[in-house]
Design a binder for this molecule. Structure first.
Ligand code: FMN
Length: 200
């Protein structure tokens, strides 16, 4: 058994006060220790960037965000779904950083999650997010966490209580930490996910 403790970054695609995705992010972060890792939130509000266009100079926040995120063993992205797609704050951060370096994505291990007030579970944005991260060389674990009906999904202490989302949360975190460990043990491997399948 290795004494390596994977360090996970949590990134939320909503910056608003009272965000249900931030609530899900915090609930997921609280579970990380039980899977043998540590968790830190990296807020995109600390890396403010204008909407990308090619005439702008790269803001200093872009390499700073790359450096920060490249320092983790895995990244969990928790994001709202906007019109079946990704919110601009998240896509903008990916687009800006990709003009400098994708080293925070390439070969990195990702878990993805989404929370919505409606009966669906953010499945459309999760598919887009998985595609985007894989397109840039990231490894997205098969189990993704979609939480619908947010008003009934958490208990009074903010813990994720709804099923099957709660089980998927543990499966996702376990997979992210397991893949991070395998990559640490064999840095040239892809950390292969033995479970297979994809669930929301
Ligand atoms: C522009 C916009 C588009 C939205 N589109 C969707 C959608 O496609 N699917 C969905 O489930 N919710 C959609 N919503 C509702 C969001 O899920 C809801 O506002 C949620 O609370 C946002 O996440 P947050 O609380 O973390 O900020 C949309 C909200 C906005 C503002």
């Amino acid at each position: 058994m290795t004494d390596f403790t994977p360090k996970l970054a949590f990134v939320c695609g909503s910056l608003r006060d009272g965000s249900i995705n931030r609530k899900l992010e915090v609930a997921l972060m609280h579970r990380v220790a039980s899977h043998g890792g540590t968790a830190e939130a990296v807020s995109l509000s600390d890396y403010d960037m204008p909407i990308y266009h090619g005439d702008l100079e790269t803001p200093a926040t872009v390499p700073a965000l790359i450096d920060t995120l490249a320092g983790y063993d895995g990244i969990v992205i928790v994001t709202p779904e906007y019109n079946g797609s990704l919110p601009p704050v998240l896509k903008n951060a990916v687009d800006w950083t990709s003009t400098v370096s994708t080293r925070w994505i390439k070969d990195q291990t990702f878990g993805i999650a989404s929370c919505t007030p409606g009966p669906m579970s953010g499945i459309m944005c999760l598919r887009e997010l998985a595609f985007l991260l894989r397109r840039l060389g990231g490894d997205v674990v098969p189990t993704q966490v979609g939480v619908g009906n947010a008003a009934n999904a958490f208990d009074g202490d903010g813990r994720l209580s709804a099923q099957p989302s709660s089980d998927f949360a543990d499966q996702m975190l376990s997979s992210v930490i397991g893949m991070a460990r395998r990559k640490h043990a064999a840095p040239d491997s892809d950390g292969g996910e033995p479970d297979g399948g994809e669930e929301e």
